[in-house]
Ligand binder design. Structure first.
Ligand SMILES: [Zn+2]
Ligand SMILES: [Zn+2]
Length: 92
């Protein structure tokens, strides 16, 4: 019945492999989740798009999905597996 969900990056439209680290931005009103690659370009896009949606009065929950090989269960940046070493916002 259940087949693997195909996840696409909302920034670059490429497919995200489920075992690769990625970010999910969930609209708490609709349950719709936008997914982004953990790589810097897509993370920046995620931050920008989320900021725009937040300004529109939306409420979001951010999820960090670690690589399947990552030993770190804790969400967030700077994990032991290096999934989210790059900060969301890059200073100039
Ligand atoms: Zn991407
Ligand atoms: Zn990790």
């Amino acid at each position: 019945m259940s087949r693997p969900r195909v996840i696409r990056c909302a920034a670059c439209a490429a497919r995200i492999k489920p075992h690769h680290p990625h970010i999910g931005v969930e609209d708490l009103e609709t349950g719709v989740e936008f997914s982004y690659h953990a790589r810097p370009g897509c993370q920046i896009r995620a931050a920008e798009e989320t900021a725009t949606r937040l300004e529109a009065g939306k409420v979001y929950a951010m999820h960090h999905y670690h690589s399947s090989r990552c030993p770190d269960e804790a969400p967030g940046f700077g994990c032991a597996g290096g999934c989210f070493d790059t900060p969301m916002a890059v200073a100039n």
